[in-house]
Design a protein around this ligand. Structure first.
Ligand code: PLP
Length: 363
């Protein structure tokens, strides 16, 4: 298989697997237990916490581990709205379902503004300024889009939110280790499995004075903010993945740029979806007139590419992101997403591009 679906998930780094192994074997103690083995596990979790926070570029504030970024985003949104008298929320039409569906759930009791994006996938800052009001509790926007890779002006959006004393939440799931996370947001959600870490763990970073109401109640772990026994193996794995992402940031970036250049040179008869410049270059979302994209994927079963977001694939619904940038349903259905990164070899990418071109031309 040639794996080109790095936005859906990334291969586990070998260093991460090695670091996790002891915590799945002999080192099985509960990290919340008072004896030595428990304290050792707790200490390993604290090291991991520091590494994740450092890779996020946050040297202040607090970081709580969660079961996924979906949980972190749910917690940030629900926990913030539960604690304020303000009843208005602003988000973007191109957000991940973890944000859009959560906000929509609150639409029953709250006023929700879903901002459109321009044809390049970027929000219009004037429209954002007009949307944020005195009763806005939360502005929630992503940094790097999972479907088309475009990068939103997060620092500017945070300033707009702060002008009205609203909180700003950033979904940085596709950004961590790939682009710098700007200063500005009050809460930032991330996920381990997008940075060559294990699945089943995410995190929410918060400023010290930001404390969303807990989503999960119980044993009072994570300083009472998020109950549930932490998994030392998952935390350690996330920590090592974060450390690698930070150490290899420039190297990974240069590799992705080289892959992007190689892939772009192979494009024949395709158009790029979303901005080419304000974009993370490990995401190549392209369309071709008249292409039956599901058939293309069926013809190339040994190449792992996607129709859009992994979550929307198979639902039969055209992607809400592609519709938001103004594509007609037929254009959205003629689009594919090719995602690459640290472990992608240029030769396999070029080989896959040639086969994709060939299969598309043969339709
Ligand atoms: N936000 C974005 C932009 C994503 O791409 C994803 C995963 O696809 C999520 C949130 C959810 O992350 P998790 O898989 O950790 O729940």
């Amino acid at each position: 298989m040639i794996y080109l679906d790095y936005q859906a998930t990334t291969p586990l780094a070998p260093e991460v697997e090695t670091a996790m192994r002891p915590w799945l074997g002999d080192k099985f103690a509960n990290p919340h237990a008072p004896y030595r083995a428990g304290r050792e596990a707790a200490a390993a979790i604290e090291v991991a916490r520091g590494r994740v926070q450092s890779a996020m570029g946050r040297d202040d504030g607090q970081l709580a581990f969660t079961g996924s970024a979906t949980e972190a985003l749910n917690w940030a949104i629900k926990g913030t709205l539960a604690k304020t008298e303000r009843t208005h929320v602003v988000t973007l039409a191109t957000e991940h379902a973890a944000v859009l569906d959560t906000v929509e759930h609150w639409g029953k009791t709250h006023d929700v503004t879903v901002l459109p994006v321009k044809a390049d996938g970027i929000v219009d800052l004037d429209a954002a300024r007009d949307a944020v009001r005195d009763d806005t509790a939360l502005v929630t926007t992503m940094l790097v889009n999972n479907e088309i890779g475009v990068i939103q002006p997060i620092a500017e959006i945070a300033s707009i939110a702060h002008e009205k004393d609203a909180l700003m939440l950033c979904d940085a799931v596709q950004a961590l280790g790939r682009v710098e996370i700007p200063d500005g947001p009050d809460m930032v959600a991330v996920s381990a499995h997008k940075i060559h870490g294990p699945k089943g763990i995410g995190a929410l970073w918060m400023r010290n004075w930001v404390a969303p109401e807990p989503l999960i109640h119980g044993g009072g772990q994570e300083q009472g903010m998020r109950s549930g026994t932490l998994s030392p193996a998952l935390c350690v794995g996330f920590g090592v993945a974060a450390q690698l992402a930070e150490e290899r940031f420039s190297e990974d970036h240069a590799h992705v740029e080289a892959l992007w250049t190689a892939a772009m040179a192979e494009l024949d008869g395709w158009q790029l979806n979303g901005s080419a410049s304000q974009r993370y270059h490990g995401n190549l979302n392209i369309r071709r007139d008249g292409l039956d994209a599901p058939r293309l994927l069926a013809d190339l079963r040994d190449i792992a590419i996607s129709l859009g977001s992994a979550c929307a694939s198979g639902s039969g619904r055209p992607s809400h992101v592609l519709r938001a940038i103004g594509l007609e349903d037929r254009q959205a259905r003629s689009s594919i997403r090719i995602g690459f990164g640290r472990y992608t070899e240029e030769t396999e990418l070029v080989d896959a591009m040639a086969r994709i071109n060939e299969a598309a031309a043969a339709q």
